[in-house]
Design a protein around this ligand. Structure first.
Ligand SMILES: *Cc1c(COP(=O)(O)O)cnc(C)c1O
Length: 352
């Protein structure tokens, strides 16, 4: 089977720009955003800042860079930040916070990926020469490794309130913040209002080919720009890609709802298999993670067998498989993928 025919559920990053997105990218007015300004980047930055209700935004090539610039903004070498143990900043960015900024992460295992004040309140280091300095709290919403769970707004309020009262800055990795917006009806600016800095990705469910933004107060923008340049993220005629991000932002937020509906169809298929186990059991947004060892499979073998039948999934651990819905997945694709997953569950691994 050619990869073009596969139902690709590996990630919501696999989407291709459609003809109209490509047209607006090709025709976008551009400048030199390192010398001074690119008009399309400027428009994107103003637009996303307005959507999130924060003062200023800076366009960067990736969410890894926006997160790492945020860590560097809030922390000096030898400082520590608190984060949930499954978070992207800790697990999927090569420990860049240590490699690039000399900082330390202190991880805490959340309940369904959600941290509580009770868990955090004794973790601020004492102010003496033996200890690193605790500076920052990082949250992730929706939580990727947590299976796309939405952090409850009340919880975000309480832990960030605690952090601020104790002198910590707060950063939100909102790579999939708009999935949380659509799932809850809580506006992006309400979510963002609890943080000093917020990172959002245009290249996940929104379907742009490239780019993320880091948002925060205007007073931090010069430092943000310095760190972006240091990390190699100063880009010239970047309006070409910013135009795709702007198009995604203007057109693709409401339709995330469909991705969530399609994820529920997949979750239903996993549940109805009787042997596969959703983990977490509740699917909040567009990510479905399930155990396959309960049906005798390893994740790698399950994904290989699924691919032979036309469904591309991601092994997420030795036992877990991940499926992510996105703008190329139609209802019929989700139903078909669910049917194949259920069939593999019933057949078990074939031994030859
Ligand atoms: C994808 C993602 C990022 C950023 O990833 P890049 O590939 O560097 O753009 C950051 N945080 C989370 C939670 C993500 O899922």
């Amino acid at each position: 089977m050619s990869t073009a025919q596969l139902i690709d559920l590996r990630s919501d990053t696999v989407t291709q720009p459609d003809a109209e997105m490509r047209r607006v990218m090709a025709t976008a007015p551009v400048g030199d955003d390192v010398i001074d300004v690119d008009p399309t980047v400027d428009r994107l930055q103003r637009t996303i800042a307005e959507v999130l209700g924060l003062e200023a935004a800076m366009f960067m090539p990736s969410g890894t860079m926006t997160n790492q610039v945020a860590v560097r903004l809030h922390c000096r070498p030898g400082d520590e930040f608190l984060c949930e143990e499954g978070c992207h900043i800790y697990n999927y960015e090569q420990g860049a916070f240590a490699q690039l900024s000399g900082t330390i992460a202190r991880t805490v295992i959340g309940r369904r990926s959600v941290l509580s004040v009770e868990q955090l309140q004794d973790l601020i280091r004492p102010d003496n020469e033996h200890a690193v300095r605790t500076r920052l709290l990082c949250l992730e919403n929706t939580h990727n490794r947590g299976g796309g769970v939405v952090l409850p707004l009340e919880n975000v309020r309480s832990v960030t309130g605690w952090a601020k009262a104790n002198g910590l800055a707060c950063h939100l990795d909102g790579a999939r913040l708009f999935n949380a917006v659509v799932a809850t009806g809580v506006t992006a600016s309400e979510w963002a209002s609890h943080f000093d800095t917020v990172s959002v990705c245009f290249s996940k469910g929104l379907g742009a080919p490239v780019g993320s933004a880091l948002l925060g107060p205007r007073a931090l923008i010069n430092e943000m720009r310095r760190h972006r340049k240091l990390f190699g993220g100063g880009m010239r005629q970047s309006g070409i890609i910013a135009a795709g991000a702007l198009y995604a932002l203007e057109h693709n937020i409401p339709r995330l709802q469909q991705d969530h509906v399609h994820a529920q169809l997949l979750a239903d298929a996993v549940r109805s298999s009787g042997v596969l186990q959703l983990d977490p059991e509740v699917v909040d947004t567009n990510i479905v993670i399930f155990r396959v060892d309960t049906a005798g499979w390893t994740a790698a073998d399950f994904c290989q067998a699924a691919k032979q039948r036309g469904v591309w999934l991601l092994p997420f651990s030795r036992r877990h498989v991940r499926a992510v819905t996105h703008l190329h997945i139609r209802e019929e694709d989700a139903l078909r993928a669910g049917k194949i997953v259920a069939e593999l569950a019933a057949s078990g691994p074939q031994t030859n």
